[in-house]
Design a protein around this ligand. Structure first.
Ligand SMILES: Nc1nc2c(ncn2[C@@H]2O[C@H](COP(=O)(O)OP(=O)(O)OP(=O)(O)O)[C@@H](O)[C@H]2O)c(=O)[nH]1
Length: 602
């Protein structure tokens, strides 16, 4: 895409350069907080604004694509990253996604005014944000406008308390890095709980703007002007939260090598073939981006060689401690951020990016995020054929009665017997379940494929799959009829020939044998040799692949690739396509689906 038309006429000079860049808003927030609801609200309320969306979903089934698609003007406005988590393994894929957005924009001759990136509910936004400063191609075209964090006021305290002891607290990280924090679902909490959440959030982030809202109801949403284009992301603020924000690490997924500087190869455009073709063409065509990029690359890191002690935030207290520590360092150290800004001739009010055009070092990649979510994983289930409503309700009721605390999130797109073409969307956050019709009906001849994902602790893949199998509607065997108990509405079955009566639905043997399949349990636990302090930290896993969350080692990779039950394979066996780039065949590499599907069948 050639230089983008400015959104508004701005002053000449560096600020004008900034305003020519496409603003990017990162939406973060824990599982089920309301990120997709926010995104859909923005897409509905956007008026003339052309918005492209990057969806990153953990797990191998991408339900959010379905939930967002209806609000897109065109399906090409959505690029999905569904093979892992952007903060761990897919940062390079962000670059590819942006190159893809640009390619489509050029192809359709349609400008993009705004990009919104929705991260997974477990992502640390810091490394994602870092990508917007470390990658020269991105720096030349995009600017990080703000990080918006959505908070589920009903469950946030539970998660803050629960995980603080287990290493990195995902929610605390998300809160700490955000510029705007939306305290959502205020309809589900009382004043006291709201006050507790307010105080807890403020302890973690003193500077972000806080807004209470009800994102799923009209009148409860903040005005768009508060959400987009408010230019509130600040590198200095990010450095206060994490002194390592612009520091290097030893990984390879975002490394900028000498040969890559000033070229687009790092950005994925070279590797991505057609995906990134646009970016390459621009650069080759003498676009100033390459120059900007090289300049930015060479110095983005006048801040990058600050030798702040390696520290990661572990819960609120440490974050606060770091915050004050950094403040004092900034004031005292000759190589503090503030000092560097002056050394670079950067006046107050100038962006860090301008500062970075005068330095002498290129950035290296920020340390790869390491999650340690012991016992947390996800299971995706695909079931062919409509569900029996009663049995599905009972299955979910029993499951949540036993495991609501451990099931952080479940969501799905379902077909239910007796409802014709009506497609259903199923949403669960712990025991809060929402289940209703989707705006998009099933196509007349579309195969009914249910997709559902469970994310949580100690998931029993086999039990989930077998439980779900009992929910699939099957034709009654010869002679049986269905009745309903008038009091409980529970169905029962009667065979007038044999006079048999049963509450359990009679099923022909093997009636559902091949209709239900589940992904392997994708663990989010950090493999031992990737944990801090290990000498065997993997640096080879790059880009798109099937990585477990934070588990980017070869073993995990091999397991993922050879898994006979990945959802892609399952989906292939079921005859559906899942995830990938909506409306485009040029997708990130998928495993050999046919082979995997054969394994799955075996
Ligand atoms: N009661 C209530 N429910 C809400 C509100 N906002 C969103 N929800 C519901 O919360 C559930 C989860 O919302 P999503 O937008 O899918 O959450 P998410 O953060 O995108 O979820 P993940 O992507 O899975 O992490 C859905 O059932 C929403 O309808 C709100 O203000 N009040």
């Amino acid at each position: 895409m050639a230089a983008r038309a400015p959104l508004s006429a701005g002053p000449a000079g560096p600020n004008a350069q900034q305003s020519n860049k496409i603003p990017v808003t990162i939406i973060t927030g824990f599982l089920g907080a309301g990120k997709t609801t926010l995104l859909n609200y923005i897409l509905k309320a956007r008026a003339e604004r052309h918005i492209s969306v990057i969806e990153n979903e953990f797990g191998e089934v991408n339900i959010d694509n379905e939930l967002v698609a209806d609000n897109l003007i065109e399906k090409e406005d959505l690029v999905s990253l569904d093979n892992g988590c952007v903060c761990c393994s897919l940062r390079k894929d962000i670059v590819k996604a942006l190159a893809e957005i640009e390619r489509r924009s050029r192809h359709r001759n349609k400008r993009v005014d705004q990009v919104i990136l929705e991260t997974t509910g477990l992502a640390d936004p810091a490394p994602v944000a870092f990508t917007f400063f470390a990658n020269p191609w991105i720096v030349s075209r995009y600017r990080l406008d703000s990080i918006v964090c959505v908070v589920d006021t009903r469950y946030v305290m539970q998660h803050l308390d629960e995980e603080a002891s287990g290493g990195i607290n995902e929610i605390a990280q998300q809160l700490a890095f955000s510029d705007l924090i939306l305290l959502n679902k205020t309809d589900l909490v009382g004043k006291e709980q709201l006050a507790t959440v307010h105080a807890a959030v403020r302890r973690i982030n003193q500077s972000a703007q806080l807004l209470e809202c009800r994102l799923n109801s009209e009148g409860g949403q903040p005005p768009l002007s508060l959400l987009l284009e408010n230019n509130s992301f600040s590198v200095n603020k990010a450095l206060q939260v994490d002194p390592d924000f612009l520091q290097s690490d030893s990984g390879s997924d975002l490394e900028i090598s000498d040969t890559e500087s000033g070229s687009d190869s790092e950005d994925g455009s070279e590797e991505g073939g057609a995906e990134g073709g646009g970016a390459t063409a621009d650069t080759a065509g003498g676009n100033t981006a390459a120059g900007n990029a090289a300049a930015e690359t060479s110095t983005a890191t006048c801040c990058a060689h600050h030798q702040h002690k390696k520290q990661r935030m572990e819960g609120q207290q440490q974050q606060q401690a770091e915050s004050s520590q950094v403040t004092s360092q900034t004031a005292a150290e000759p190589c503090s951020v503030g000092a560097k800004r002056q050394a670079c001739g950067m006046a107050d009010g100038e962006s860090t990016e301008q500062c970075h055009t005068k330095g002498d070092r290129r950035p290296k990649r920020r340390r790869k995020q390491l999650h340690d979510l012991s016992g947390v994983g996800s299971v995706g289930i695909v079931a062919r054929g409509p569900l029996d409503e009663y049995r599905f309700n009972m299955f979910m009721r029993d499951l949540l009665a036993e495991k609501a605390k451990d099931i952080f999130r479940c969501k799905g797109v379902l077909a239910v017997h007796g409802y014709g073409n009506q497609r259903f969307v199923f949403q669960g956050v712990h025991e809060t379940i929402c289940y209703g019709p989707s705006d998009k009906p099933w196509g007349e001849n579309e195969t009914r494929i249910n997709q559902i994902v469970f994310i949580g602790r100690k998931l029993d893949r086999k039990a989930l799959m077998e439980g779900f199998r009992t929910c699939v509607w099957t034709k009654l065997p010869e002679g049986w009829q269905e009745f309903q108990d008038p009091l409980t509405l529970q169905p029962y079955y009667y065979n007038p020939n044999t006079k048999e009566k049963t509450w359990a639905r009679p099923v022909e043997p093997n009636a559902t044998a091949n209709t239900v399949t589940a992904t392997r349990l994708m663990s989010m636990e950090q493999p031992r040799d990737c944990l801090p302090g290990s000498k065997r930290r993997n640096t080879s896993a790059t880009g798109s692949g099937h990585h477990s969350h934070g588990g980017n080692n070869n073993a995990a990779q091999q397991q993922a690739n050879s898994s006979s039950s990945t959802l892609s394979a399952v989906a292939a066996a079921a005859g559906v396509a899942i995830g990938g780039v909506a409306g485009d065949q040029q997708q990130p590499q998928q495993p050999a689906i046919a082979a995997a599907a054969a394994n799955a069948a075996a």
